[in-house]
Design a protein around this ligand. Structure first.
Ligand code: ADP
Ligand code: MG
Length: 695
């Protein structure tokens, strides 16, 4: 029997462990650092390092690592053992304060968008004491930020921490006007993680899955997700085994794994944790993905975190539930019972409305990746157009305010189950619109456009920054007003801001063609793919925003844009080359083998004067397709080569998107058509039915 409370956090050097193991004054100094972000003295670091090492060794650790989140999107780690030579050829286990605080990974191979070469050759990692150290396998993990010696950020964690600072400072200014002075304000995030599980032995027979994380070929199986029998369905035994072990491993690491269920597509599942402060949520989500992969391997499965592993069935996303709370525990997005008179809530809500409208481009590009391009706008995820869902009640209230009408309290309809024993509930007045990219869901916003493999730091940097900037603008205005006039001024501000930004609010069906037209009429951005989205990153307004809030310099924005563009190019390049390889080495040989057999068969039948017309039809159909595959494969490999002539990264990315990717789709179409005509015994790798419909 697993005792969850005992298991929970057992591998984490958390507050409780610190309290037990550190001298009182050291514990107090460290807590102060965690709370205020002030630097730690070398004496304190020395004591903490020693206690951490002793604790980690008891948990089975032999090594330590500075764990960081470079711009590659995954986490990086380099393990160093604790050993230090001692007399007589022996070793002692050692870990110093210096080693805890700062590390110098040989970081020259991490993407820096040119930042390091211009300034300093090396980068260093710095301990982030606000995120607990933990032991995984035999390694003590120390969460760190990654910077260059000149202070340029090279990771995702540092700007996230900076954006949290900006948001806190701005929110505190506004709260002060309401007579409130909490110590800090922090964003909380609960990321719902979707993933696929497939049998490892079949995965190993699919080079496309191994190399690119998604299937580049595959005709649709006879049964997909149309019966909707998988969503919340009974969980298969081996999958349940996986989920149970996953939960246990996550709990040990202090991760609040809460909800697990089957998702819409066959073999698709979801895990949702209880929300936490966004930097912790980010670390924990990265860890969750790593643990998922590892636990799957122990169950003969592979965990696919790609946004679109299979064409024709839903891909995987990650809903980012975001709210802001004070250190006193007040959620600033909680409407409370008396919405109409909750001026503070309405002001914060209006700030989010303006932030989303003004920074549609940043939100859109923060979720733009080659993988996510398959989902957005494909009627399984929100469209590429960013809009907000507020629900009828809040929208009515804002509309009433905007038109100077009297507000008649909108009460949710009674929902009755029609069975007496089932309690009557009121219809959630913030109805859950599943198609909206940015939906208000009661006391938080749910940003639904994230892809499943994304590091959540980037979208949260954008939300924090955009909202912080608007709150500062609001504070600039309202701080000038006399206290006696404050309420009136705040109400006026909500009204004028809502009128200026209400075009971003849309409560209807985001999948409909009518909305696309309507959104265009409203002048909302409709950025269709990653290259186009990224081209907005270093717009003047965006650079100014990041500089104003001290999150990124202009060079850092440019560097980030370049890294993301380059990443896009590399992904499509690898996918295209993998496609060409599989086409030439596996699909065409199999198809020609089948045509040879057909031709033999036709010859023999004809010699016997038997009817061979059906075989002849199939033969000519496949032969025609083989011709198209040959031609398109050639065009595709030529197109990949031609990209090398593009003058810059943006045009290279555009070419990958417009030409290379388009040809990949065409080639896939012909190959999938061949698959449907071929006998299973001759098809060179497992089909969608094999992969998705296993028991
Ligand atoms: P659904 O699938 O219906 O959207 P889930 O229960 O799967 O809902 O996930 C909701 C997520 O939102 C959870 O991670 C939950 O902890 C998180 N959440 C709840 N309240 C807040 C909040 N105030 N701020 C941020 N996240 C929240
Ligand atoms: Mg959910």
């Amino acid at each position: 029997m697993v005792k969850v409370p005992e298991l929970f956090g057992s591998m984490v050097f958390n507050e409780q462990v610190m309290r037990e193991r550190l001298p009182k004054d050291v514990f107090a100094a460290l807590q102060n650092t965690i709370r205020t972000g002030k630097a730690i003295s070398s004496e304190v670091a020395e004591v903490v390092a020693n206690a951490m090492k002793d604790w980690a060794i008891e948990k089975g650790a032999t090594h330590y690592t500075h764990w960081f989140q470079p711009m590659t999107g995954i986490t990086a780690e380099k393990h160093d053992s604790f050993i230090q030579p001692a007399e007589g050829g022996a070793v002692i286990m050692n870990f110093s304060g210096k080693q805890l605080i700062k590390g110098e990974p040989d970081a020259s191979s991490f993407p820096s968008g040119g930042l390091r070469s211009t300034f300093e050759a090396r980068g260093y990692t710095a301990w982030d004491p606000t995120s607990y150290a933990f032991v995984r396998d035999t390694v003590l993990y120390i969460p760190t930020a990654f910077l260059s010696y000149s202070g340029q950020v090279l990771d995702k964690k540092t700007p996230l921490l900076r954006s949290m600072e900006s948001l806190s400072a701005a929110a505190l200014r506004v709260l002060k006007l309401f007579g409130k002075t909490p110590e800090r304000v922090a964003p909380s995030v609960g990321p719902e993680q979707e993933y696929f599980l497939i049998p490892r032995e079949l995965y190993e027979k699919r080079p496309d899955l191994i190399i690119t994380g998604r299937t580049l070929f595959g005709a649709r199986p006879p049964k997909g997700q149309e019966l909707e029998d998988h969503y919340f369905g009974i969980i298969k035994v081996n999958v349940l085994g996986f989920m149970e072990e996953l939960d246990r491993e996550l709990w040990k690491l202090g991760i609040f794994a809460k909800t697990r269920h089957n998702e819409v597509a066959p073999c698709q599942h979801e895990l949702a944790p209880i929300y936490s402060t966004v930097n912790i949520a980010t670390d924990h989500n990265q860890l969750t993905m790593a643990v998922m992969r590892k636990v799957a391997a122990r169950h003969g499965l592979v965990c696919l975190l790609h946004e679109k592993p299979f064409e024709g069935v839903n891909g995987s996303g990650k809903h980012n539930n975001w709210s802001i709370s004070t250190t006193d525990g007040e959620n600033l997005l909680e409407p409370g019972k008396d919405l109409k008179n909750n001026l503070q809530f309405m002001l914060f809500l209006t700030a989010v409305i303006r932030a989303v409208d003004e920074h549609q481009d940043l939100l859109r590009l923060s979720v733009a990746t080659a993988g996510n391009d398959h989902r957005l706008g494909a009627n399984e995820a929100p469209p590429a157009i960013i809009s907000m869902f507020l629900g009828d009640e809040i929208t009515d209230l804002l509309e009433t305010l905007a038109s100077d009408r009297e507000y008649s309290n909108h009460v949710g309809n009674k929902l009755s189950a029609g069975v007496d024993s089932v309690p009557v509930i009121y219809e959630d007045t913030t109805d859950r619109n599943r198609t909206s990219p940015f939906a208000f869901t009661g006391n938080k916003f749910e940003f639904r456009s994230l892809g499943s493999s994304l590091n959540i730091a980037c979208p949260n940097i954008m939300i924090n920054a955009a909202v912080a900037d608007v709150l500062n603008a609001f504070a600039d205005k309202l701080e000038k007003v006399k206290p006696s006039e404050f309420k009136k001024a705040a109400r006026e501000l909500i009204k004028s801001e809502y009128i200026a930004h209400r075009r971003i609010v849309f409560n209807g069906d985001n999948y409909s063609a009518a909305w696309k037209e309507e959104a265009h009429r409203r002048g909302l951005l409709d950025l269709s793919g990653t290259p186009e989205s990224l081209s907005y990153y270093d717009r003047k307004e965006n650079v100014e925003l990041f500089e104003r809030l001290k999150i990124y310099t202009k060079q850092e924005v440019r560097a980030r844009k370049d890294i993301l563009l380059e990443n896009y190019c590399k992904v499509i390049n690898i996918e295209a080359l993998t496609m060409c390889d599989i086409t030439l080495k596996q699909i065409l040989p199999a198809a020609t083998e089948f045509t040879t057999r057909l031709a033999d068969n036709i010859q023999k039948l004809t010699a016997l004067k038997a009817d061979a017309s059906a075989q002849s039809d199939v033969l000519s159909e496949i032969s025609a397709l083989i011709g198209k595959v040959y031609k398109t494969e050639k065009k595709l490999s030529d197109a990949v080569l031609a990209v090398k002539n593009e003058p810059d990264l943006q045009s290279a990315a555009d070419a990958y998107h417009d030409t290379v990717f388009a040809l990949m789709q065409e080639l896939r179409g012909y190959c999938d058509a061949i698959e449907l005509l071929m006998p299973k015994s001759l098809w060179p790798f497992p089909t969608y039915s094999d992969l998705l419909l296993y028991i």
